[in-house]
Design a protein around this ligand. Structure first.
Ligand code: PLP
Length: 648
């Protein structure tokens, strides 16, 4: 593991170590005071001032925290930046528009946002309203999501793409959309949906717009590699596709089949996979058109990645391409396949989820406590009656050096384990064991700074810094707010949002508030390398220390769960203005204890009544007075209406 240099510290070095320029796409930076800031650029069109130059404004996150506190919204807080959401939609649409222009592509782009990636009303409403200028639509994977799409999309020029299993009710809703002139496509995911679509649309006398999802053979790199190719769960096999065409033809409905859909995977880190997928999809497209299917839309699904690691590689949580390259490669591949066949270029749809919303949300939390793994002072001389193993381990402490680091490690481990064994047999007492373990810790701490100079580093020595690193306890639940860090070991950029002008002096892993051993984060990208520990500052007494987990806008909010009954956090949405001010446009208090208890079918009134009886019994038995009972019930009631997270 590469050692990190903290010499000649500056805010620029802080940005480098935490990879801010690499993962943040320019949306975040560090100011001269060492505060993390959100950067927003107002382009000519948005500018309301006479000057037409794009203008950048920067808002420190600490200022937003201050204002949130004044509004009664304490940590943890999920902070959403509406400007960043708008900017992502603009970037996606303009990147496709530019690629279309530069390649002379003969059709246009229609983006749809997959609601499942972030279903929160604040997010969907903003996407629908702001995205209207680009006819940006929505993808719905269930009846509930279709209802959201129908109620939110303001114009008929945007598309609604219905994926997922569809029953009669789902199809009826989609057909109502058609009656209203909305471009609502039913994407057939499994063959058995087709008869239902035919039956319901014939019964209602409404022509549906149909798409078919195909299973591409192209496999993708990354976490979902095993689910791609022939083993993908949804989509028709080639023979089912032929049957579907025959069935629609027989029903006189082939003209309804206008869209070809595929989704080769989410977070595709390698551009080669995307190119291969588009080329294969276009072969299907071309042959279906030759079969007489009047296709006009090609939907390439999601997959546009986010560089969570800021590494610009094809590693799972990174990506080896940019947005411009993604659009150009996709369009060039379509042209390359369809133009020689004389097939008109289709409308291109993509269902980019994470690339649209990941940047716009940051989880902010404070650190509540720190565990250090540091020895207490070691006496120069041991008591005369100390056992031989204790004397031996004490001797090791005095001779630790670069050349014998491994040997000292081996010896310390040996003597410590010997003493533990003797303790188990009742041959040494608890004080001796404590002294041995303390000396062991001192030896290990002495070895750690030498590790970078050790020539042939063993696995044990390599793992030593992590095993001796601090544990910083954060006021958040991993399972509620960063579920993918637990479920798929995803990396998120996590860093202090202030004090970045001070060199960090501690190495730490993070633990959350749940009492679960999995509730920890020990997976970071630091100074361009993967590391198990995060450089952090010493906590100053009486001062809060704030960390931010970035790129959390996609999937995290809805996949989060109530482990240990930690509920939704407070949410604050801000809009940054051109003059550098910002408005708290929306705020939502997080779940109360009452809320989370009712989610798991406890009734706060019934709980209060049971506790009241218990307290009354306490009065009767003489454990408490009636006045104490009153105070107890008041506290019980206040807890029920309190925040589920740590409150000061
Ligand atoms: N479309 C479909 C059908 C999906 O299953 C998914 C997610 O897996 C997406 C779009 C969104 O993918 P991403 O967030 O990678 O853009």
């Amino acid at each position: 593991m590469k050692s990190i240099s903290y010499n000649n510290w500056s805010v620029a070095r802080a940005a480098e170590i935490y990879g801010i320029h690499e993962w943040s796409s320019g949306y975040f930076g560090v100011d001269d005071q060492g505060q993390l800031q959100c950067n927003v650029t107002f382009s000519d069109k948005e500018s309301t001032t006479a000057s037409c130059k794009p203008k950048s404004v920067h808002v420190p996150l600490m200022d937003i925290i201050e204002g949130s506190k004044e509004r009664g919204l304490d940590m943890p807080v999920l902070l959403r930046f509406e400007n960043l959401l708008d900017d992502r939609i603009t970037k996606l649409n303009t990147a496709f528009a530019d690629a279309i222009k530069s390649t002379n592509y003969q059709n246009h782009y229609r983006g749809v946002f997959p609601i499942k990636v972030n279903q929160q009303a604040q997010v969907i409403e903003e996407i629908a309203q702001f995205g209207n200028r680009y006819n940006h639509g929505l993808e719905a994977g269930s009846k509930a999501e279709l209802i959201i799409a129908l109620a939110n999309l303001p114009s008929n020029d945007a598309c609604i793409v219905c994926n997922g299993y569809k029953d009669d009710e789902f199809i009826t809703l989609g057909l109502h959309a058609r009656q209203l002139g909305i471009n609502c496509f039913f994407v057939v995911e499994t063959f058995c949906e087709i008869p239902t679509i035919i039956k319901t649309s014939q019964a209602m006398g409404v022509k549906p717009l149909i798409g078919v999802r195909i299973k591409l053979a192209a496999k993708v790199d990354g976490y979902w590699s095993d689910d791609s190719g022939d083993r993908s769960i949804f989509g028709l096999s080639t023979s089912q596709l032929m049957e579907a065409i025959d069935l629609l033809k027989a029903e006189g409905m082939l003209d309804c089949l206008q869209l070809l859909h595929c989704h080769i995977g989410s977070q595709i880190p390698n551009i080669q996979n995307i190119r291969a997928g588009v080329l294969e999809a276009c072969r299907y497209y071309a042959d279906l058109v030759k079969e007489g299917v009047p296709l006009g839309y090609l939907d390439m699904g999601g997959g546009l990645a986010v560089d969570y690691q800021g590494a610009y590689t094809n590693a799972t949580h990174s990506m080896n391409y940019g947005l411009r390259e993604y659009c150009v490669d996709m369009i060039e591949s379509i042209i390359e396949t369809l133009t020689p066949e004389g097939i008109p270029h289709p409308v291109i749809i993509t269902e980019s989820g994470r690339a649209t919303v990941a940047y716009s949300s940051v989880l902010l939390f404070n650190v509540l406590d720190v565990s250090h793994f540091e020895p207490s002072p070691i006496p120069d001389v041991l008591p005369d009656d100390s056992c031989e193993q204790l004397k031996s381990i004490r001797d090791v402490l005095d001779i630790v050096g670069v050349d014998n680091a491994q040997e000292c490690y081996n010896d310390a481990l040996y003597y410590r384990d010997e003493i533990r064994e003797s303790f188990r047999r009742g041959q040494v007492n608890l004080r001796t064991k404590a002294m041995a373990e303390n000396i062991y810790l001192a030896i290990m701490q002495k070895i750690v700074p030498l590790i970078s100079q050790v020539k042939r580093l063993s696995k044990e020595l390599e793992a030593l810094p992590e095993s001796l690193s601090d544990i910083y306890y954060g006021n958040f639940s991993l399972f509620q707010s960063l579920p993918d860090a637990w479920a798929i070991n995803q990396t998120f950029p996590i860093l202090p949002i202030h004090r970045l002008n001070e060199a960090p002096t501690r190495d730490a892993i993070l633990a959350d508030l749940t009492c679960d051993c999995d509730g920890k984060i020990n997976n970071f990208t630091i100074d361009g390398s993967e590391r198990k520990t995060l450089p952090l500052h010493k906590i100053n007494s009486g001062e809060e220390y704030y960390l931010g987990a970035f790129l959390v806008g996609a999937y995290q909010e809805t996949l989060g769960d109530l482990h240990n009954l930690f509920g939704d956090t407070n949410v604050v949405s801000v809009r940054i203005n051109e003059d550098g001010s910002f408005d708290y446009v929306r705020e939502m208090e997080g779940d109360t204890i009452s809320d989370v208890l009712s989610y798991v079918e406890y009734y706060p009134k019934a709980l209060t009544e049971s506790f009241r009886k218990r307290a009354e019994q306490g009065v009767k038995s003489g454990f408490i007075t009636a006045i104490e009972r009153q105070k107890m019930l008041k506290n019980f009631g206040e807890s029920l209406s309190g925040y589920t997270y740590f409150e000061k």
